[in-house]
Write a protein that binds this ligand. Structure first.
Ligand code: AMP
Length: 176
């Protein structure tokens, strides 16, 4: 059985993408390899400890890939969080801090039902601003963030500290 070490070996560093100075962690080789992809999904599922989650909320766009597959495994619903202007129906919005400047995230007003326990999923935790914004949207709709779940964590960017105010467990599989 393939391990997370194997998946880690497949993650490709792309310097200066999408802008100079960023070392982009390209997870597409992990998706392309069925053993590595399954190992990552097994890992994400394990980290939820069968914890009675009602829904996966995942963040555009690579978060959708892992989040949707995980929702299928858990047999729960999936709701997308997207950048401003992409969702067709009425939305809630939240402004969040980017490394340089600000962004806006949206979720449909009925993305999360009041009282639901939600796992917020993305491919990568960097500064934590994006996941923090997604958590605000979940809470605005009356949901409870039961966990944050990431495939990759860039620990030196201290995203965990950014997410501490939410008070939910932060899980990641592969740390740099
Ligand atoms: P942040 O809000 O700083 O935690 O950034 C997280 C979001 O930006 C995630 O949706 C990631 O997919 C993306 N991201 C940030 N930095 C990188 C990186 N170095 N490599 C790949 N994706 C990144």
């Amino acid at each position: 059985m393939a391990s997370l070490d194997f998946a880690r070996q497949l993650i490709r560093d792309v310097p200066d993408f999408p802008q100079p100075g960023i070392l982009f962690k390209d997870i597409t080789p992990v998706l392309a390899d069925p053993r590595a992809f399954q190992a990552v999904l097994d890992g994400l599922e394990d980290r939820l400890h069968g914890g009675g989650f009602d829904r996966i909320v995942a963040i555009e766009s690579r978060g959708f890939i892992f989040g949707a597959a995980l929702a299928d495994r858990l047999k729960v619903g999936f709701s997308p969080v997207r950048k401003l202007g992409k969702l067709p129906y009425q939305t809630h919005r939240i402004e969040y801090a980017l490394e340089y400047g600000k962004g806006v995230l949206e979720a449909h007003v009925d993305a999360v039902m009041p009282g639901e326990k939600v796992a917020v999923v993305d491919d990568l935790l960097a500064t934590g601003g994006t996941a923090w914004g997604a958590a605000q949207l979940v809470q605005k709709e009356g949901g409870q963030v039961g966990a944050f779940l990431f495939v990759v964590e860039l620990a030196f960017l201290k995203g965990r500290e950014r997410l501490a105010s939410v008070g939910s467990p932060v899980e990641s599989l592969i740390t740099y």
